[in-house]
Design a protein. Structure first.
Length: 349
């Protein structure tokens, strides 16, 4: 939690997804859905304000009450103006007394613009506080873009309940090292569906893909292939709260990005990026790699741990480059044949 001092009190603001409870996560994902695809897309700052109010429990005071309080104080002052200036009435008469009292009342009348200025001050203060919530999304004001953040240290929904039945989700803990129970085959198949979903325009087709992703990441049985073939299990996923399903897909996207941006494993995605630019699918590249690793004896993706899978990819790529260079193959030819950039080959050789 972040501790921010506001006037004479301290405000606790979540610093990560792990600081949120279950209800706060649901609210956050619902808000994120609105910011990315819904009615808050054009006013993302409002989404951050909604999150701030939810996390802190702050409720802006009603200006109607403030206005009533200010006017009550004003009328009380007017009463005392008339009482305390009775001697002026006796000395100068009613006409001068009324004009003098009118000047005093006008001097004490509340500033009509004060409420607007106070609202602006409160709004600016809330916006500054809301800007400290930077683990959900960020706003690129200059380019008018929403930048999603995938800074998860673990699955936000480790367990889900559907009609009283519990499903344990796949997990990936990020601490000093990453530890996961996701297998290579599970990762490749889920990534395949995720990439397919991004190409779809129909909402119904997207929902089918989302249900399948949830069914893979929250299996009903341990056998991955049998679990994928279970139409009943996929139907069960339709009953999940849309915010939970959105959160599951969002978390898995973060898992993919973690490996894509990893200092070591990013070299695996260099070739895949090139394939995307030429029109090939990421999922096809990943499946080819998985089959190659199994054929060459680096491990079976069906039950290989995901971390081991990426380690095996790096090792296989290093072995291939070393053998090619030893046989006199030029680095430029290796790059052309494998699709791996020259700077990546230099890093691995």
């Amino acid at each position: 939690m972040k501790v921010i001092k506001v006037k004479n009190r301290e405000v606790l603001i979540p610093d990560s997804w792990e600081d949120l409870d279950f209800k706060e996560k649901l609210f956050t994902f619902r808000t994120l859905m609105r910011v990315m695809n819904g009615d808050l897309k054009d006013i993302p700052h409002h989404g951050l304000l909604l999150l701030l109010l939810k996390y802190t429990g702050y409720k802006p005071a009603s200006f109607r009450f403030r206005r009533f309080r200010a006017m009550t104080a004003y009328y009380l002052k007017c009463f005392w103006i008339h009482i305390l200036n009775i001697m002026f009435l006796a000395k100068y008469g009613w006409k001068e007394y009324r004009e003098y009292a009118g000047l005093l009342k006008a001097a004490h009348r509340p500033d009509p613009d004060a409420e607007l200025r106070e609202k602006e001050i409160i709004d600016l203060g809330l916006l500054r506080l809301a800007g400290t919530i930077d683990f959900v999304y960020r706003i690129d004001t200059e380019n008018k873009k929403i930048i999603p953040q995938y800074a998860f240290h673990k699955n936000p929904f480790p367990v889900i309940l559907i009609n009283g039945k519990k499903y344990d989700g796949k997990r990936l803990y990020i601490d000093v090292i990453a530890v996961t129970n996701i297998t290579a085959r599970c990762f490749v198949d889920t990534l395949d569906i995720l990439m397919l979903m991004e190409k779809m325009t129909s909402r119904d087709d997207k929902n089918i893909c989302i249900n399948r992703i949830c069914a893979i990441l929250y299996p009903a049985i341990s056998d991955h292939r049998e679990n994928m073939l279970s139409a009943t299990h996929i139907e069960e996923m339709k009953k999940l709260d849309p915010a939970i399903k959105f959160g599951v897909v969002y978390w898995f996207t973060g898992v993919v990005n973690m490996f894509r941006e990893h200092e070591t494993y990013s070299v695996i995605f260099d070739r895949i990026k090139d394939n995307r630019e030429s029109g090939a699918k990421i999922s096809i590249g990943m499946n080819e790699i998985a089959l190659f690793l199994k054929k060459e004896g680096y491990g079976d993706p069906e039950n290989m741990n995901l971390i081991d899978y990426f380690d095996a990819q790096v090792k296989a790529l290093k072995d291939y480059i070393s053998q090619a260079i030893a046989c006199g193959v030029k680095i430029s030819d290796i790059a052309q044949k494998t699709g791996v950039p020259l700077h990546t080959i230099d890093k691995l050789s």
